[in-house]
Design a protein around this ligand. Sequence first.
Ligand code: 5GP
Length: 359
Amino acid sequence: IMFKVVPVSDPPVNNQKTDPAIPCADAGLPFQRGDILQIVDQNDALWWQARKVSDPVTCAGLIPSNHLLKRKQREFWWSRPYQPHTCLKKEEFVGYGQKFFLAGFRRSLRLCRRKSHLSQLRATLCGTGTGGGCWTVGAPYEEVARYQRHPADRHRLVVLVGPSGVGVNELRRQLIECNPSRFQSAVPHTTRSPKSYEMNGREYHYVSKETFESLIYSHRMLECGEYRGHLYGTSVDAVCTVLDEGKICVLDLEPQDIQVARTSELKPYVIFIKPSNMSCMKQSRKNAKIITDYFVDMKLQDEDLQEMEELAQKIETQFGQFFDHVIVNDNLQDACAQLLSAIQQAQEEPQWVPATWIS
Ligand code: 5GP
């Protein structure tokens, strides 16, 4: 059995060998989110033996079982009413839960309650969190399997995700423009009526509110929104139409919509487009300014860049486990070339996907 690690820990956990809760000293396997672990032995209810697929030479080590990690998550949630002063933000919990693992969960919990130790632990062990967004207690590991698309199979849906302003839309547009016979967007649905020059099925599928809502209720809408009293959205069937034509459908989605698209029907390959760090971005934008004189208010620009970087970090913390590939967009041409090559790999080379997609 192979598992992809879902729990998040930023900064990465690398000293689990020394976890005092592990039954044998120094037996822990250090791992971090996104690692693929091969489970060697699952007989113990609390500690499994695993080895990292990326590091087959190293001996197997102990990792907490699914059950143990879930228990820690649950116990942490239950412990929260006793710690009103701490105001842990949601994604801080993820890293914090992992630290409990390091220190032995129950012991840390008691310590926190008695000595109001929590914020100190957080500061010293977990660094700072950012806050905001939603977080749910989910399975800490996802069972995965190797999938290679057969040339006769449909292509995998390509999903682009990134903070607004990073160029997700522009990249998608360029990709389709450079090879429209290979890449295509899905035609969205809307409840507004067509304009004189629009054609049903070309700009939009024009449907009644009832039809649109029935698509939502039957889980056939990948994403939707409202604009000036009308509903707009992209359906699973619109994506399938593109895939059935033998093309690669490219969508940009909000991060919270990724999970809806993660089905064996679409087998999405999710690419996160992120900005480079502030100083690199400033430099490349400055260069752009010299060339195009596009950026007028540099102060405002700095704030925008900072905000984008922070948002990208938040998205990565909350949804990073769903990303198959990450591209840093500090230059549109380079990013487009990287995107092309990532998509090629996704369609033609073996990839780790949830085991349920191919069972
Ligand atoms: P229009 O009615 O001018 O064609 O589109 C108005 C707005 O609807 C767009 O600016 C966009 O914000 C939104 N929209 C268009 N297509 C979609 C879609 O597929 N999904 C969502 N969520 N919004 C869309």
